[in-house]
Design a binder for this molecule. Structure first.
Ligand code: IMP
Ligand code: MG
Length: 182
């Protein structure tokens, strides 16, 4: 049965908490890199909302571009195979890249995107992610900053989906296990 409305969702991180943390993330980024020489690369689709909120808190970036990767697997499990579905359009040679991703789970997707952008000649790739689930890590990745550390729960909202749903929620919620199969 299709879950209706917000049934089966429990708020984990509120809209207010997210806004406060995004302010702190922007301050950290601004203190670390020269945004006027940096290209923000947004990892579609999950980082869409974070990126929109974050870039508006940074001083003029050089540009904004997009990349999309897919990690193959069943349901909520990553298989370990990551493919680039959409590449950046810009020449990144010699530029700093601010890679904006949604979540560091196994870390495989962000690690793959980071090395992919480095292979484009970026001077440095600084990773920022909204969430970090350290208990699930399979490869070492060192983000410049992450928004929140979360336990091993499947979350949705603020860009993150389950089967393409819930990206539009303004908060981050936990999807009850039963709802994953609904
Ligand atoms: P990783 O390669 O295992 O780090 O997984 C990264 C990708 O898996 C993220 O960019 C998300 O698209 C997806 N993902 C991992 N955990 C969650 C979750 O709890 N909710 C929604 N998507 C997730
Ligand atoms: Mg996803």
């Amino acid at each position: 049965m299709e879950p209706t409305g917000l049934q089966g969702l429990e708020v984990l991180i509120s809209e207010h908490e997210i806004a406060k943390r995004v302010d702190e993330m922007a301050a950290r980024i601004t203190a670390t890199i020269d945004c006027s020489e940096a290209v923000a690369v947004v990892a579609l689709k999950g980082a869409l909302i974070l990126a929109a909120d974050l870039v508006r808190r940074l001083p003029a970036l050089r540009a904004i571009d997009f990349v999309q990767a897919r990690s193959y697997g069943h349901g909520t499990e990553s298989s370990g195979e990551v493919r680039i579905l959409r590449d950046v359009e810009m020449l990144l040679t010699g530029l700093d890249v601010l890679l904006i991703d949604d979540i560091l789970d196994t870390g495989l997707t962000s690690a793959r995107l980071k090395s992919h952008l480095e292979s484009h000649g970026a001077r440095a790739v600084h990773l920022v992610t909204l969430l970090d689930k350290p208990s699930r890590r399979r490869v070492e990745v060192q983000p410049l900053i992450t928004g929140f550390t979360v336990p091993d729960l499947f979350v949705v909202g603020y860009g993150m989906d389950f089967a393409e749903r819930y990206r539009d929620l303004p908060y981050i919620a936990v999807l009850s296990p039963g709802e994953e199969h609904a």
